[in-house]
Write a protein that binds this ligand. Structure first.
Ligand code: GLC
Length: 535
């Protein structure tokens, strides 16, 4: 319908490969499992791109975000040939494939790090961030690891500390060394040459740190709310020196030039957790020459209230540079499941919101079923963050996809033991059952995705908020002569929204209902959302 770049008109679906579909019976999902489910993604659901979390060789200290070989596939996930087959089948279906790129750190088992720590004079010593102790033998500064403890680990044999923004098993690469950039860009080329359509850049803002290694200052008292999911110690600092250095922009300009040297167009989205909108938006680049998009997590961390959400959307629209493209995400493998945060009824309103805003949406696997967070006690958590910081565990949002009512919810063959427990509701709540139920949230997602695909106002239109009763959110999307209004009721009470124009309700979140014309005024049932085509 349009000549816009594919990444602006697509919908991305995030796959956590360990939990999508296990074809071998080891209880862990794999690449052939994704290939098997491509028809679900493109035909049944109707998304246009997938982002696959890491599937590379890894000791799995952080479940794949500790990579020991950047250009291969972990045997538990399959082989490079499996990746090629997945990519070819995806492309046959016009599905784009975005892979995860983790530049900030490798695994401590990566041959580069093994060499680097072998002696102070090894040529790879400077590929990681090594620092002498303070005169009293303590850590070089007060930087902390995001998953708890110091960001420095002492290496006895070579009598220096190495830096790790996350686990000690995830040593930071030294991007101030040009050889590192060269080597890491080669790893990117490997995947782009194979045909990968883009990169999701892990903790993109962490890569460059203060070259002077200054201490982080303590956090101002009124700030503590922002990342309260982190452990208390991590929250006690203002993280201005251990990440987010302005030199990140040089790196992303270079990365963009690399991506732009490919045809067809390759894409990048950065995982950027920065609360300041202007700083966040700076990752688009002054000339829109850095990341295609910094991931926008602001709605993940928002109270689920109409005004709060509308305010964040207004802030995003105001912050992004002219010509830059917005994006929205409501769930991922690091946050509590959407349906558990806001409730299953409101998860339907959330689906309509996500798929009707201006910008590229990302759906986290299973959110289209309103999969719930699985309660996993701190002592049973596999996630290292959850083990270090009770309450911060991420296992609960990473449980196996619920496909059907057969053994292991169709995630893994009968007799296998899934690596994480299934939600206890899997026999009732799964893809197969929801497909049969016209009232299901899966069918709502399908209808929204199908509608969006054909709607120029939703794909390309302007966005503006209109007045509506407290607790509701009304916005207009217009493109050329076509206008769509979206009215969402965030309350448990019925509400009446006055529309600026006549229109026809074409989609409602109300379970299993047929749309009916309702001119001028829209009676919204509790938590109901509607799409109205203006006439
Ligand atoms: C990102 C990933 C997260 C991982 C961390 C360290 O935040 O999304 O899962 O633990 O980076 O690589």
């Amino acid at each position: 319908m349009s000549r816009e770049p594919w990444w602006q008109t697509t919908v991305i679906y995030q796959i956590y490969p360990r939990s999508f579909r296990d074809t071998t019976g080891n209880g862990i999902g794999d690449l052939p499992g994704i290939t098997e489910k491509l028809e679900y993604l493109t035909e049944t659901l109707g998304v246009g791109a997938i982002w696959i979390s890491p599937f590379y060789p890894s000791p799995m200290a952080d479940f794949g975000y500790d990579i020991s070989h950047y250009t291969n596939v972990h045997p538990m996930f399959g082989t490079l040939a499996d990746f090629d087959e997945l990519l070819a089948s995806a492309h046959d279906r016009k599905l784009k494939v975005i892979i995860d790129w983790v530049p900030n750190h490798s695994s401590d088992q990566h041959p580069w790090f093994i060499e680097s720590r072998s002696s102070r004079t090894n040529p790879k010593r400077d590929w990681y961030v090594w620092h002498d102790p303070k005169p009293d033998g303590s850590e070089p500064n007060n930087w902390l690891g995001s998953f708890g403890g110091s960001a420095w680990t002492y290496d006895e044999p070579t009598e220096q500390y190495y830096l790790h923004s996350f686990l000690p098993e995830q040593p930071n690469l030294n991007w101030r060394n040009p050889e590192v950039q060269e080597a890491m860009f080669d790893e990117v080329r490997f995947w782009l040459d194979r045909g990968a359509d883009g990169l999701r850049v892990d903790v993109a803002h962490f890569v460059m740190k203060d070259p002077g290694f200054r201490d982080n200052p303590p956090v101002p008292e009124d700030w503590a709310e922002v990342f309260k999911s982190h452990g208390a110690a991590y929250d006690s600092q203002l993280h201005i020196h251990d990440k987010g250095h302005a030199d990140n922009h040089l790196l992303y300009r270079d990365l963009r030039a690399l991506l732009d040297s490919y045809s067809p167009e390759r894409y990048s989205v950065g995982e950027i957790h920065i609360a300041d909108w202007d700083e966040w938006a700076s990752y688009y680049g002054e000339e829109l020459d850095e990341l295609h998009m910094p991931y926008n997590f602001m709605l993940v961390h928002s109270p689920w209230q109409a005004d709060e959400i509308a305010t964040r959307i207004a802030a995003l629209e105001a912050a992004i540079p002219p010509g830059a493209w917005p994006n929205y995400v409501l769930g991922n493998h690091d946050d509590t499941r959407l349906a558990s945060r806001i409730g299953r009824h409101q998860a339907r309103t959330a689906a309509m919101l996500l798929l009707t805003l201006r910008g590229t949406p990302t759906i986290y696997y299973g959110d289209e079923l309103a999969m719930l967070e699985v309660e996993i006690a701190p002592e049973d958590q596999l996630d290292p963050w959850g083990r270090n910081t009770p309450g911060a565990g991420r296992d609960g949002c990473r449980t196996p996809m619920q496909w059907d009512a057969s053994a292991n919810a169709g995630f893994a063959p009968a007799g296998a033991t899934p690596w994480l427990p299934l939600n206890e509701d899997w026999r009732e709540s799964n893809v197969a059952n929801q497909l049969d139920d016209p009232a299901s949230i899966l069918n709502l997602y399908r209808a929204l995705l199908a509608y969006r695909k054909e709607s120029a106002p939703l794909l390309l239109g302007s966005y503006d908020r209109l007045d509506s009763p407290s607790g509701s959110f009304l916005y207009r999307r217009s493109h050329e002569n076509a206008t769509v209004l979206v009215a969402l009721n965030f309350t448990a009470e019925p509400l009446t929204a006055e529309l600026p124009t006549e229109g026809t309700v074409v989609l409602t979140t109300e379970p299993g209902e047929i749309a009916a014309a309702r001119p001028c005024m829209v009676e919204l049932r509790p938590y109901e959302g509607v799409i109205i085509e203006a006439t």
